[in-house]
Design a protein around this ligand. Structure first.
Ligand code: XMP
Length: 561
Protein backbone atom coordinates (compact mmCIF):
# COMPACT_ATOMS: atom_id res chain seq x y z
CA UNK A 1 0.00 0.00 0.00
CA UNK A 2 1.37 3.44 -0.88
CA UNK A 3 2.48 5.40 2.14
CA UNK A 4 2.03 9.15 2.26
CA UNK A 5 3.99 11.57 4.38
CA UNK A 6 2.14 13.31 7.16
CA UNK A 7 3.19 15.47 9.98
CA UNK A 8 2.11 15.36 13.64
CA UNK A 9 2.50 19.01 14.38
CA UNK A 10 1.22 19.80 17.83
CA UNK A 11 3.32 22.33 19.51
CA UNK A 12 4.74 20.21 22.29
CA UNK A 13 6.54 22.86 24.19
CA UNK A 14 5.18 25.44 26.56
CA UNK A 15 6.19 27.45 29.58
CA UNK A 16 6.63 25.66 32.84
CA UNK A 17 4.83 27.29 35.74
CA UNK A 18 7.00 28.72 38.44
CA UNK A 19 5.12 27.95 41.59
CA UNK A 20 7.74 28.37 44.28
CA UNK A 21 9.18 25.40 46.10
CA UNK A 22 8.18 21.91 45.15
CA UNK A 23 6.22 20.08 47.78
CA UNK A 24 7.55 16.81 46.69
CA UNK A 25 4.80 15.71 44.62
CA UNK A 26 5.80 13.09 42.25
CA UNK A 27 7.41 13.60 38.95
CA UNK A 28 4.37 12.28 37.20
CA UNK A 29 2.13 14.72 38.99
CA UNK A 30 4.41 17.60 38.22
CA UNK A 31 4.53 16.41 34.66
CA UNK A 32 0.78 16.39 34.54
CA UNK A 33 0.61 19.87 36.02
CA UNK A 34 3.03 21.07 33.48
CA UNK A 35 1.32 19.22 30.70
CA UNK A 36 -1.87 21.09 31.57
CA UNK A 37 -4.46 21.29 28.89
CA UNK A 38 -1.96 21.10 26.14
CA UNK A 39 -3.55 19.61 23.03
CA UNK A 40 -2.59 16.05 22.33
CA UNK A 41 -0.56 15.72 19.18
CA UNK A 42 -3.10 17.26 16.86
CA UNK A 43 -2.00 16.62 13.31
CA UNK A 44 -2.18 19.19 10.61
CA UNK A 45 -1.86 18.98 6.89
CA UNK A 46 1.55 19.93 5.59
CA UNK A 47 2.51 20.62 2.01
CA UNK A 48 -0.73 19.24 0.63
CA UNK A 49 -0.52 15.90 2.42
CA UNK A 50 -3.74 14.93 4.11
CA UNK A 51 -3.35 13.78 7.70
CA UNK A 52 -5.25 10.69 8.75
CA UNK A 53 -6.77 10.39 12.19
CA UNK A 54 -9.27 7.92 13.53
CA UNK A 55 -10.90 9.13 16.73
CA UNK A 56 -11.95 6.74 19.47
CA UNK A 57 -14.74 8.28 21.52
CA UNK A 58 -14.40 6.79 24.96
CA UNK A 59 -17.48 5.69 26.88
CA UNK A 60 -15.45 4.41 29.83
CA UNK A 61 -14.28 1.10 28.41
CA UNK A 62 -11.22 -0.56 29.89
CA UNK A 63 -10.24 -1.33 26.29
CA UNK A 64 -10.19 2.16 24.75
CA UNK A 65 -6.41 2.36 24.73
CA UNK A 66 -6.23 -1.09 23.26
CA UNK A 67 -8.53 -0.02 20.41
CA UNK A 68 -6.25 2.93 19.69
CA UNK A 69 -3.18 0.70 19.76
CA UNK A 70 -4.75 -1.76 17.35
CA UNK A 71 -5.65 1.00 14.91
CA UNK A 72 -2.11 2.33 15.07
CA UNK A 73 -0.80 -1.18 14.42
CA UNK A 74 -2.61 -0.76 11.09
CA UNK A 75 -0.34 2.30 10.56
CA UNK A 76 -3.18 4.72 10.99
CA UNK A 77 -2.90 7.45 13.60
CA UNK A 78 -5.56 7.23 16.30
CA UNK A 79 -6.50 9.42 19.25
CA UNK A 80 -8.83 8.88 22.18
CA UNK A 81 -11.24 11.61 23.23
CA UNK A 82 -13.94 11.60 25.90
CA UNK A 83 -17.36 10.70 24.43
CA UNK A 84 -18.56 14.24 25.13
CA UNK A 85 -15.58 16.00 23.55
CA UNK A 86 -16.61 19.37 22.11
CA UNK A 87 -17.33 19.52 18.43
CA UNK A 88 -14.47 21.97 17.75
CA UNK A 89 -11.97 19.62 19.38
CA UNK A 90 -13.14 16.70 17.27
CA UNK A 91 -13.20 18.75 14.09
CA UNK A 92 -9.72 20.15 14.78
CA UNK A 93 -8.25 16.67 14.43
CA UNK A 94 -9.65 16.37 10.92
CA UNK A 95 -10.83 12.79 11.43
CA UNK A 96 -11.32 10.14 8.73
CA UNK A 97 -13.69 8.09 10.91
CA UNK A 98 -14.88 7.37 14.43
CA UNK A 99 -14.87 4.38 16.73
CA UNK A 100 -17.29 4.42 19.66
CA UNK A 101 -15.87 2.36 22.50
CA UNK A 102 -17.61 -0.01 24.86
CA UNK A 103 -18.60 1.19 28.31
CA UNK A 104 -20.20 0.12 31.57
CA UNK A 105 -23.55 1.97 31.19
CA UNK A 106 -26.83 0.83 29.62
CA UNK A 107 -28.17 3.12 26.92
CA UNK A 108 -31.78 2.87 28.12
CA UNK A 109 -30.90 4.30 31.56
CA UNK A 110 -31.55 7.98 32.01
CA UNK A 111 -28.44 10.09 31.56
CA UNK A 112 -26.64 7.32 29.68
CA UNK A 113 -23.76 8.80 27.66
CA UNK A 114 -24.27 9.21 23.93
CA UNK A 115 -22.09 10.28 21.02
CA UNK A 116 -22.13 13.94 19.96
CA UNK A 117 -24.59 14.44 17.08
CA UNK A 118 -21.72 15.99 15.15
CA UNK A 119 -20.25 12.62 14.32
CA UNK A 120 -23.43 11.54 12.51
CA UNK A 121 -23.80 14.90 10.80
CA UNK A 122 -20.23 14.68 9.53
CA UNK A 123 -21.17 11.71 7.27
CA UNK A 124 -17.88 10.07 8.19
CA UNK A 125 -17.78 6.32 8.89
CA UNK A 126 -18.56 5.19 12.43
CA UNK A 127 -17.79 1.86 14.11
CA UNK A 128 -19.58 1.21 17.40
CA UNK A 129 -18.18 -1.52 19.62
CA UNK A 130 -20.51 -3.11 22.22
CA UNK A 131 -21.89 -0.10 24.14
CA UNK A 132 -20.88 2.01 21.13
CA UNK A 133 -23.16 -0.13 18.94
CA UNK A 134 -26.00 0.33 21.42
CA UNK A 135 -25.46 4.10 21.45
CA UNK A 136 -25.72 4.16 17.65
CA UNK A 137 -28.89 2.08 17.84
CA UNK A 138 -30.54 4.43 20.31
CA UNK A 139 -29.39 7.62 18.63
CA UNK A 140 -30.45 6.60 15.13
CA UNK A 141 -33.91 5.36 16.07
CA UNK A 142 -33.55 1.68 17.06
CA UNK A 143 -34.24 0.01 20.43
CA UNK A 144 -31.99 -1.62 23.03
CA UNK A 145 -33.38 -3.74 25.87
CA UNK A 146 -31.91 -5.65 28.82
CA UNK A 147 -31.09 -9.10 27.44
CA UNK A 148 -32.36 -12.24 29.14
CA UNK A 149 -29.17 -14.08 28.23
CA UNK A 150 -25.84 -12.55 29.20
CA UNK A 151 -23.04 -13.23 26.80
CA UNK A 152 -19.57 -13.13 28.34
CA UNK A 153 -16.53 -14.74 26.83
CA UNK A 154 -16.11 -16.77 23.67
CA UNK A 155 -18.74 -17.04 20.94
CA UNK A 156 -18.67 -17.97 17.26
CA UNK A 157 -19.54 -15.26 14.78
CA UNK A 158 -21.29 -16.36 11.57
CA UNK A 159 -21.34 -13.89 8.68
CA UNK A 160 -24.77 -13.55 7.05
CA UNK A 161 -23.54 -11.51 4.15
CA UNK A 162 -20.26 -11.85 2.31
CA UNK A 163 -19.87 -8.73 0.23
CA UNK A 164 -19.45 -6.08 2.93
CA UNK A 165 -16.01 -4.44 2.69
CA UNK A 166 -15.81 -4.92 6.45
CA UNK A 167 -15.56 -8.69 5.84
CA UNK A 168 -12.62 -8.78 3.43
CA UNK A 169 -10.34 -11.65 4.50
CA UNK A 170 -12.65 -12.59 7.39
CA UNK A 171 -13.67 -16.26 7.67
CA UNK A 172 -17.41 -17.10 7.31
CA UNK A 173 -17.30 -18.35 10.93
CA UNK A 174 -14.74 -17.18 13.48
CA UNK A 175 -14.29 -16.94 17.26
CA UNK A 176 -15.08 -13.60 18.87
CA UNK A 177 -15.10 -12.29 22.42
CA UNK A 178 -18.32 -10.94 23.89
CA UNK A 179 -19.02 -9.00 27.06
CA UNK A 180 -22.59 -7.71 27.16
CA UNK A 181 -25.99 -8.24 28.64
CA UNK A 182 -28.06 -5.65 26.75
CA UNK A 183 -29.33 -6.50 23.29
CA UNK A 184 -30.42 -4.79 20.10
CA UNK A 185 -34.18 -5.36 19.98
CA UNK A 186 -34.73 -3.31 16.87
CA UNK A 187 -32.13 -1.89 14.50
CA UNK A 188 -32.35 1.76 13.43
CA UNK A 189 -34.00 2.37 10.02
CA UNK A 190 -31.67 1.60 7.11
CA UNK A 191 -29.55 -0.95 9.01
CA UNK A 192 -29.27 -4.67 8.26
CA UNK A 193 -27.96 -7.50 10.40
CA UNK A 194 -24.71 -8.69 8.83
CA UNK A 195 -23.63 -11.42 11.25
CA UNK A 196 -24.94 -13.40 14.23
CA UNK A 197 -23.81 -15.60 17.11
CA UNK A 198 -25.82 -18.26 18.87
CA UNK A 199 -27.16 -15.77 21.43
CA UNK A 200 -27.07 -12.55 19.39
CA UNK A 201 -29.09 -12.52 16.17
CA UNK A 202 -27.65 -9.04 15.53
CA UNK A 203 -23.99 -9.43 16.44
CA UNK A 204 -22.97 -7.06 13.66
CA UNK A 205 -25.05 -4.47 11.82
CA UNK A 206 -24.37 -1.83 9.23
CA UNK A 207 -25.97 0.71 6.90
CA UNK A 208 -25.07 2.08 3.51
CA UNK A 209 -23.58 5.25 5.00
CA UNK A 210 -20.67 3.33 6.54
CA UNK A 211 -22.01 3.14 10.08
CA UNK A 212 -21.40 -0.24 11.71
CA UNK A 213 -22.08 -1.78 15.09
CA UNK A 214 -20.18 -4.75 16.53
CA UNK A 215 -21.53 -6.53 19.56
CA UNK A 216 -18.16 -8.25 20.11
CA UNK A 217 -14.75 -6.78 20.91
CA UNK A 218 -12.41 -6.79 17.88
CA UNK A 219 -9.59 -5.17 19.86
CA UNK A 220 -8.91 -8.04 22.28
CA UNK A 221 -6.59 -10.95 21.61
CA UNK A 222 -9.48 -13.39 22.16
CA UNK A 223 -10.97 -12.22 18.84
CA UNK A 224 -8.30 -13.59 16.48
CA UNK A 225 -9.70 -11.86 13.39
CA UNK A 226 -10.48 -8.65 15.25
CA UNK A 227 -7.53 -6.85 13.72
CA UNK A 228 -8.82 -7.72 10.22
CA UNK A 229 -12.16 -6.06 11.02
CA UNK A 230 -10.35 -2.95 12.22
CA UNK A 231 -8.04 -2.94 9.19
CA UNK A 232 -11.03 -3.22 6.89
CA UNK A 233 -12.75 -0.38 8.69
CA UNK A 234 -9.84 2.06 8.52
CA UNK A 235 -8.67 1.18 5.00
CA UNK A 236 -11.78 0.07 3.10
CA UNK A 237 -14.48 2.08 4.85
CA UNK A 238 -12.63 5.21 6.00
CA UNK A 239 -10.21 5.23 3.05
CA UNK A 240 -7.04 5.67 5.08
CA UNK A 241 -3.66 5.18 3.38
CA UNK A 242 -1.58 4.07 6.37
CA UNK A 243 1.08 6.69 6.86
CA UNK A 244 1.65 6.32 10.60
CA UNK A 245 5.07 4.70 10.58
CA UNK A 246 7.86 5.17 13.06
CA UNK A 247 10.34 6.25 10.42
CA UNK A 248 7.93 9.02 9.36
CA UNK A 249 7.54 9.87 13.01
CA UNK A 250 11.31 10.12 13.53
CA UNK A 251 11.89 12.34 10.50
CA UNK A 252 9.04 14.64 11.39
CA UNK A 253 10.08 14.80 15.04
CA UNK A 254 13.64 15.69 14.17
CA UNK A 255 12.47 18.54 11.92
CA UNK A 256 10.09 19.75 14.59
CA UNK A 257 12.65 19.60 17.41
CA UNK A 258 15.17 21.49 15.28
CA UNK A 259 12.57 24.17 14.58
CA UNK A 260 11.57 24.46 18.20
CA UNK A 261 15.00 24.42 19.80
CA UNK A 262 16.86 26.54 17.27
CA UNK A 263 20.18 27.39 18.90
CA UNK A 264 18.88 26.78 22.44
CA UNK A 265 20.22 24.35 25.04
CA UNK A 266 18.31 21.29 26.19
CA UNK A 267 18.68 19.15 29.31
CA UNK A 268 17.10 15.84 30.13
CA UNK A 269 17.33 13.17 32.81
CA UNK A 270 18.60 9.80 31.68
CA UNK A 271 17.59 6.78 33.70
CA UNK A 272 18.60 3.73 31.71
CA UNK A 273 14.90 3.13 30.95
CA UNK A 274 13.50 3.00 27.43
CA UNK A 275 11.54 6.25 27.42
CA UNK A 276 14.32 8.53 28.59
CA UNK A 277 16.77 6.72 26.29
CA UNK A 278 14.57 7.32 23.25
CA UNK A 279 13.88 10.96 24.12
CA UNK A 280 17.58 11.65 24.56
CA UNK A 281 18.59 9.89 21.35
CA UNK A 282 15.90 11.58 19.28
CA UNK A 283 16.82 15.02 20.56
CA UNK A 284 20.52 14.28 20.14
CA UNK A 285 19.83 13.37 16.50
CA UNK A 286 18.09 16.69 16.03
CA UNK A 287 20.35 19.11 17.90
CA UNK A 288 23.51 17.14 18.79
CA UNK A 289 25.63 18.71 21.50
CA UNK A 290 23.02 21.30 22.35
CA UNK A 291 21.63 18.48 24.51
CA UNK A 292 23.09 17.59 27.90
CA UNK A 293 21.83 14.52 29.75
CA UNK A 294 22.01 14.21 33.51
CA UNK A 295 22.19 10.72 34.92
CA UNK A 296 21.54 10.67 38.66
CA UNK A 297 22.64 7.43 40.23
CA UNK A 298 20.53 7.31 43.37
CA UNK A 299 22.23 4.12 44.46
CA UNK A 300 19.06 2.03 44.08
CA UNK A 301 19.86 0.68 40.63
CA UNK A 302 20.38 -2.88 39.50
CA UNK A 303 23.78 -4.36 39.04
CA UNK A 304 25.74 -2.95 36.06
CA UNK A 305 23.00 -0.43 35.23
CA UNK A 306 25.24 2.62 35.49
CA UNK A 307 28.04 1.09 33.43
CA UNK A 308 25.62 -0.04 30.74
CA UNK A 309 24.10 3.43 30.43
CA UNK A 310 27.54 5.02 30.30
CA UNK A 311 28.74 2.65 27.59
CA UNK A 312 25.64 3.02 25.45
CA UNK A 313 25.15 6.74 25.56
CA UNK A 314 28.54 8.22 26.06
CA UNK A 315 30.81 5.73 24.35
CA UNK A 316 28.54 4.40 21.58
CA UNK A 317 26.22 7.29 20.87
CA UNK A 318 28.67 10.05 21.83
CA UNK A 319 26.27 12.09 23.93
CA UNK A 320 27.06 14.76 26.46
CA UNK A 321 26.27 13.18 29.82
CA UNK A 322 26.85 14.31 33.36
CA UNK A 323 26.97 11.31 35.69
CA UNK A 324 26.15 12.09 39.31
CA UNK A 325 26.95 9.53 41.93
CA UNK A 326 24.53 10.44 44.70
CA UNK A 327 24.03 7.03 46.32
CA UNK A 328 25.40 8.04 49.74
CA UNK A 329 23.14 11.05 49.90
CA UNK A 330 20.03 8.97 49.17
CA UNK A 331 20.94 6.22 51.64
CA UNK A 332 21.41 8.84 54.37
CA UNK A 333 17.99 10.30 53.68
CA UNK A 334 16.42 6.84 53.78
CA UNK A 335 17.86 5.90 57.15
CA UNK A 336 15.24 4.33 59.45
CA UNK A 337 12.48 4.94 56.89
CA UNK A 338 10.21 1.93 56.49
CA UNK A 339 6.99 3.43 55.17
CA UNK A 340 6.80 2.81 51.39
CA UNK A 341 5.18 6.15 50.59
CA UNK A 342 7.80 8.02 52.62
CA UNK A 343 10.55 6.19 50.75
CA UNK A 344 9.00 7.14 47.44
CA UNK A 345 8.61 10.79 48.40
CA UNK A 346 12.12 11.11 49.80
CA UNK A 347 13.64 9.64 46.67
CA UNK A 348 11.46 11.78 44.39
CA UNK A 349 12.33 14.98 46.24
CA UNK A 350 16.02 14.23 46.52
CA UNK A 351 16.19 13.39 42.84
CA UNK A 352 14.80 16.78 41.91
CA UNK A 353 17.27 18.54 44.20
CA UNK A 354 20.28 16.69 42.78
CA UNK A 355 19.08 17.26 39.22
CA UNK A 356 18.60 20.97 39.81
CA UNK A 357 21.99 21.40 41.43
CA UNK A 358 23.69 19.85 38.44
CA UNK A 359 21.53 21.64 35.89
CA UNK A 360 22.42 25.04 37.40
CA UNK A 361 26.07 24.34 36.73
CA UNK A 362 25.48 23.90 33.00
CA UNK A 363 24.71 27.59 32.57
CA UNK A 364 21.82 28.91 30.56
CA UNK A 365 19.40 26.18 29.53
CA UNK A 366 16.24 26.77 27.49
CA UNK A 367 14.47 23.42 27.28
CA UNK A 368 13.76 20.48 29.51
CA UNK A 369 13.01 17.25 27.66
CA UNK A 370 11.07 14.40 29.17
CA UNK A 371 9.57 11.08 28.16
CA UNK A 372 5.85 11.61 28.68
CA UNK A 373 3.93 8.97 26.74
CA UNK A 374 0.40 8.96 25.34
CA UNK A 375 -1.13 6.89 28.16
CA UNK A 376 0.11 9.52 30.68
CA UNK A 377 -1.50 12.24 28.60
CA UNK A 378 -4.80 10.37 28.38
CA UNK A 379 -4.79 9.51 32.07
CA UNK A 380 -4.06 13.05 33.13
CA UNK A 381 -6.74 14.36 30.79
CA UNK A 382 -9.35 12.12 32.39
CA UNK A 383 -8.09 12.11 35.96
CA UNK A 384 -9.82 15.39 36.76
CA UNK A 385 -13.22 13.77 36.44
CA UNK A 386 -12.43 10.48 38.17
CA UNK A 387 -12.30 10.12 41.91
CA UNK A 388 -9.69 7.46 42.38
CA UNK A 389 -7.87 6.36 45.50
CA UNK A 390 -4.13 6.90 45.51
CA UNK A 391 -2.46 3.51 45.63
CA UNK A 392 1.15 4.56 45.14
CA UNK A 393 2.99 7.76 44.51
CA UNK A 394 4.82 7.18 41.28
CA UNK A 395 8.20 8.65 40.82
CA UNK A 396 9.53 8.84 37.29
CA UNK A 397 13.21 9.27 36.89
CA UNK A 398 12.73 11.28 33.73
CA UNK A 399 11.23 13.81 36.13
CA UNK A 400 10.94 17.49 36.24
CA UNK A 401 12.22 20.28 38.38
CA UNK A 402 9.10 22.46 38.32
CA UNK A 403 10.92 25.55 39.55
CA UNK A 404 13.08 25.83 36.48
CA UNK A 405 11.88 28.34 33.95
CA UNK A 406 12.20 26.13 30.93
CA UNK A 407 10.24 25.20 27.90
CA UNK A 408 9.12 21.64 27.91
CA UNK A 409 9.96 19.24 25.09
CA UNK A 410 7.92 16.05 25.07
CA UNK A 411 8.54 14.43 21.71
CA UNK A 412 6.94 11.09 22.70
CA UNK A 413 3.65 12.58 23.89
CA UNK A 414 1.69 10.91 21.12
CA UNK A 415 3.24 7.43 21.39
CA UNK A 416 2.36 4.18 23.07
CA UNK A 417 5.12 2.16 24.71
CA UNK A 418 5.39 -0.35 21.87
CA UNK A 419 5.79 2.54 19.42
CA UNK A 420 8.52 4.03 21.61
CA UNK A 421 10.35 0.71 21.43
CA UNK A 422 10.11 0.71 17.63
CA UNK A 423 11.43 4.27 17.51
CA UNK A 424 14.28 3.22 19.81
CA UNK A 425 15.23 0.34 17.53
CA UNK A 426 15.09 2.54 14.43
CA UNK A 427 17.35 5.07 16.17
CA UNK A 428 19.92 2.34 16.79
CA UNK A 429 19.54 2.00 20.56
CA UNK A 430 20.72 -1.50 21.53
CA UNK A 431 17.97 -4.14 21.73
CA UNK A 432 18.91 -4.92 25.28
CA UNK A 433 17.98 -1.41 26.33
CA UNK A 434 14.95 -1.08 24.10
CA UNK A 435 13.46 -4.29 25.46
CA UNK A 436 14.37 -3.64 29.06
CA UNK A 437 11.51 -4.52 31.37
CA UNK A 438 10.01 -1.54 33.23
CA UNK A 439 11.94 -0.54 36.33
CA UNK A 440 10.39 1.78 38.91
CA UNK A 441 11.87 5.24 39.48
CA UNK A 442 12.62 4.62 43.19
CA UNK A 443 14.40 1.45 42.11
CA UNK A 444 15.41 -1.28 44.51
CA UNK A 445 14.34 0.85 47.51
CA UNK A 446 10.74 -0.27 46.98
CA UNK A 447 11.81 -3.89 46.57
CA UNK A 448 13.47 -3.92 49.98
CA UNK A 449 10.81 -4.27 52.61
CA UNK A 450 11.72 -2.18 55.65
CA UNK A 451 14.77 0.01 56.02
CA UNK A 452 17.10 0.32 53.02
CA UNK A 453 20.73 -0.33 53.92
CA UNK A 454 23.84 -0.86 51.81
CA UNK A 455 24.03 -4.45 52.97
CA UNK A 456 20.45 -5.16 51.91
CA UNK A 457 20.95 -3.43 48.57
CA UNK A 458 23.89 -5.69 47.88
CA UNK A 459 21.92 -8.83 48.78
CA UNK A 460 19.03 -7.77 46.57
CA UNK A 461 21.28 -6.82 43.65
CA UNK A 462 22.86 -10.26 43.75
CA UNK A 463 19.55 -12.11 43.97
CA UNK A 464 18.00 -9.92 41.28
CA UNK A 465 20.95 -10.55 38.96
CA UNK A 466 20.35 -14.30 39.20
CA UNK A 467 16.63 -13.93 38.49
CA UNK A 468 17.31 -11.75 35.46
CA UNK A 469 20.00 -14.03 34.07
CA UNK A 470 17.98 -17.20 34.49
CA UNK A 471 14.89 -15.61 32.94
CA UNK A 472 16.98 -14.41 30.00
CA UNK A 473 18.59 -17.82 29.59
CA UNK A 474 15.13 -19.39 29.52
CA UNK A 475 14.25 -16.86 26.75
CA UNK A 476 11.34 -15.52 28.76
CA UNK A 477 12.63 -12.01 29.43
CA UNK A 478 10.74 -10.27 26.62
CA UNK A 479 7.47 -12.05 27.02
CA UNK A 480 7.25 -11.29 30.73
CA UNK A 481 6.12 -7.81 31.67
CA UNK A 482 8.48 -7.86 34.65
CA UNK A 483 10.55 -10.39 36.57
CA UNK A 484 12.58 -9.50 39.64
CA UNK A 485 13.51 -10.30 43.24
CA UNK A 486 12.23 -8.70 46.44
CA UNK A 487 14.14 -8.72 49.71
CA UNK A 488 11.65 -9.21 52.54
CA UNK A 489 12.40 -8.26 56.13
CA UNK A 490 11.61 -11.80 57.25
CA UNK A 491 14.41 -14.03 58.52
CA UNK A 492 13.94 -17.75 58.95
CA UNK A 493 15.92 -20.76 60.14
CA UNK A 494 17.72 -22.99 57.68
CA UNK A 495 20.46 -25.55 57.64
CA UNK A 496 23.51 -25.33 55.39
CA UNK A 497 26.00 -28.16 55.70
CA UNK A 498 25.79 -28.95 59.41
CA UNK A 499 25.16 -25.39 60.46
CA UNK A 500 22.05 -23.57 61.49
CA UNK A 501 21.40 -20.38 59.50
CA UNK A 502 19.08 -17.54 60.29
CA UNK A 503 18.89 -15.46 57.14
CA UNK A 504 16.67 -13.43 54.84
CA UNK A 505 13.75 -14.60 52.76
CA UNK A 506 13.82 -13.52 49.11
CA UNK A 507 10.66 -13.45 47.03
CA UNK A 508 10.63 -13.81 43.27
CA UNK A 509 7.94 -12.08 41.19
CA UNK A 510 7.28 -12.63 37.48
CA UNK A 511 4.14 -11.23 35.88
CA UNK A 512 2.40 -11.06 32.54
CA UNK A 513 0.62 -7.85 31.71
CA UNK A 514 -0.46 -5.62 28.81
CA UNK A 515 -0.21 -2.28 30.55
CA UNK A 516 0.53 -2.85 34.29
CA UNK A 517 -3.05 -1.89 35.20
CA UNK A 518 -3.77 -5.56 35.71
CA UNK A 519 -1.29 -8.41 35.83
CA UNK A 520 -1.20 -12.13 36.37
CA UNK A 521 1.62 -14.12 37.95
CA UNK A 522 3.50 -16.07 35.35
CA UNK A 523 3.35 -19.87 35.43
CA UNK A 524 7.13 -20.21 35.20
CA UNK A 525 8.34 -23.78 34.64
CA UNK A 526 9.16 -25.59 37.90
CA UNK A 527 12.69 -26.41 36.83
CA UNK A 528 13.36 -22.73 36.12
CA UNK A 529 12.04 -21.80 39.57
CA UNK A 530 14.18 -24.54 41.01
CA UNK A 531 17.32 -23.18 39.32
CA UNK A 532 16.58 -19.65 40.47
CA UNK A 533 15.99 -20.79 44.05
CA UNK A 534 19.08 -23.02 44.19
CA UNK A 535 21.31 -20.35 42.77
CA UNK A 536 20.04 -17.65 45.11
CA UNK A 537 20.51 -19.68 48.31
CA UNK A 538 23.87 -21.01 47.17
CA UNK A 539 25.33 -17.84 45.70
CA UNK A 540 23.83 -14.97 47.68
CA UNK A 541 25.17 -14.63 51.14
CA UNK A 542 22.52 -13.73 53.70
CA UNK A 543 19.63 -15.58 52.03
CA UNK A 544 18.47 -19.08 52.98
CA UNK A 545 14.93 -19.27 51.61
CA UNK A 546 13.15 -18.31 48.37
CA UNK A 547 9.41 -18.04 47.72
CA UNK A 548 7.50 -17.35 44.50
CA UNK A 549 4.75 -14.72 44.50
CA UNK A 550 1.56 -16.23 43.07
CA UNK A 551 -0.81 -13.27 43.37
CA UNK A 552 -2.32 -11.32 40.52
CA UNK A 553 -3.00 -7.59 40.32
CA UNK A 554 -5.58 -6.85 41.60
CA UNK A 555 -5.74 -7.61 44.48
CA UNK A 556 -1.94 -7.25 44.80
CA UNK A 557 0.21 -4.74 42.97
CA UNK A 558 3.23 -5.63 40.87
CA UNK A 559 5.82 -3.99 43.12
CA UNK A 560 5.66 -4.93 46.78
CA UNK A 561 5.82 -1.34 48.02
P1 XMP B 1 2.31 -1.40 40.69
O1 XMP B 1 3.28 -1.82 41.74
O2 XMP B 1 1.55 -0.15 41.06
O3 XMP B 1 3.19 -1.00 39.45
O4 XMP B 1 1.41 -2.50 40.25
C1 XMP B 1 2.69 -0.82 38.15
C2 XMP B 1 3.86 -0.56 37.23
O5 XMP B 1 4.47 0.69 37.56
C3 XMP B 1 5.82 0.50 37.89
N1 XMP B 1 6.09 1.43 38.98
C4 XMP B 1 6.73 2.59 38.83
N2 XMP B 1 7.29 3.15 37.74
N3 XMP B 1 7.92 4.98 39.05
C5 XMP B 1 7.90 4.36 37.87
O6 XMP B 1 8.44 4.89 36.90
C6 XMP B 1 7.38 4.47 40.18
O7 XMP B 1 7.43 5.07 41.24
C7 XMP B 1 6.76 3.21 40.05
N4 XMP B 1 6.12 2.41 40.95
C8 XMP B 1 5.72 1.30 40.26
C9 XMP B 1 5.95 -0.94 38.29
O8 XMP B 1 7.28 -1.43 38.15
C10 XMP B 1 4.97 -1.59 37.36
O9 XMP B 1 5.51 -1.77 36.06
Amino acid sequence: MAKKETKPTSSDSHRVATSGDIEVSTYLEIAKEMGGEQPVAAREAISGVEPETIIVLDFGSQYSMLIARRVRECQVYCEILPHDAPREKIASLNPKGFILSGGPASVYESGAPLAPSYIYESHLPVLGICYGMQAITKQLGGRVTPGTKHEYGHAVLHLDESDSPLFTNVDPSSPVWMSHSDKIEEMPPGFTALAHTENSPIALMGNKAGIFGLQFHPEVAHTPQGKTFLENFVYRICGCQGNWTMSNFINESIDRIKGQVGKGKVITALSGGVDSAVVATLIHRAVGDQLTCIFVNHGMLRREEVERTFNTFRLNLGMNIIFVDAGERFIRRLKRIIDPEKKRKIIGGEFIRVFEEKAKKIGKVDFLAQGTLYPDVIESASSGSKASAKIKTHHNVGGLPAKMKLNLLEPLRSLFKDEVRQVGLELGIPEEMVWRQPFPGPGLAIRIIGEVTKEKLEILRNADWIVMNEIKKAKLYRQLWQSFAILTDVKSVGVMGDYRTYSYLVAVRAVNSEDAMTADWSRLPYDLLNRISNRIVNEVEGVNRVVYDITSKPPSTIEWE
